[in-house]
Design a protein around this ligand. Structure first.
Ligand code: CA
Length: 218
């Protein structure tokens, strides 16, 4: 198999950083503080959804209604606070090598994430030498994943056509966004979900670790 594209759009959480355990911990514990059971698998199934979207989904499942503004403020506020106490998420194995190698080969490399933490660009610059022009963040979009919008912005910035670009995603909603944008999607299942969550969304090829990804790209 050859996976040779002119541009690669990398998702961040669960692809560039091993950050999903922190999200799993903070979601389950924040909901638990309000007496709501949020199974850890749900953190992975809903990865990429906004905080508001995730809380609304849970309230609709439990009570058949959207969350109140107070509930969103309380639950998401506690999640954010718990996150501040979490260890810094380490860079995923092999990812710095992969990014460097692709740049050496003259490929364009972008990050496409729903995150909008203020230190995002600094962090991505320090760890992977990304500049702001190569990061599509939560601050750049109206819709966010699973809408194709963030990947379409990366596509536009690349100046290439769809079939010259590939997405690297770990999450079902991220794969949905990539496929809705009409892009080839390389899945890397680094979390706790069965593969079918990714194959059901139409992922084109699936790996189970970033080291495996390195073997095929580098
Ligand atoms: Ca992700």
């Amino acid at each position: 198999m050859t996976l040779d594209f002119k541009a690669y759009f990398f998702d961040m959480d669960g692809v560039l950083y091993d950050s999903m355990p922190n999200h799993e911990y903070t979601w389950t514990n924040s909901f638990a503080s309000f007496g709501i059971l949020f199974p850890s698998e749900m953190a992975y199934i809903n990865e990429g959804r906004t905080g508001r979207g995730t809380i609304n989904l849970v309230m609709n499942k439990l009570y058949g209604r959207d969350a109140s503004e107070q509930e969103i403020t309380d639950i998401y506020g506690l999640k954010t606070k718990l996150m501040q106490g979490c260890p810094k998420a380490p860079v995923m194995p092999s990812m710095q090598d992969i990014i460097s190698y692709l740049r050496e080969k003259g490929k364009q490399v972008f990050v496409v994430t729903g995150s909008k933490q203020p230190s995002l660009i600094d962090k991505l610059n320090a760890d992977f030498a990304f500049d702001a022009a190569h990061v599509v963040s939560g601050a750049d979009v109206k819709m966010g994943k699973p809408d194709p919008e963030p990947y379409l912005i990366a596509l536009q910035r690349s100046g290439l056509s769809r079939d010259e670009c590939a997405v690297i995603e770990n999450a079902p909603l991220g794969v949905r966004a990539a496929k809705a944008a009409g892009l080839f999607c390389i899945g890397v299942n680094t979390g706790k979900l069965d593969d079918h969550y990714l194959t059901d969304e139409g992922v084109d090829v699936l790996f189970h670790s970033t080291a495996e990804l390195k073997d095929i790209l580098v």
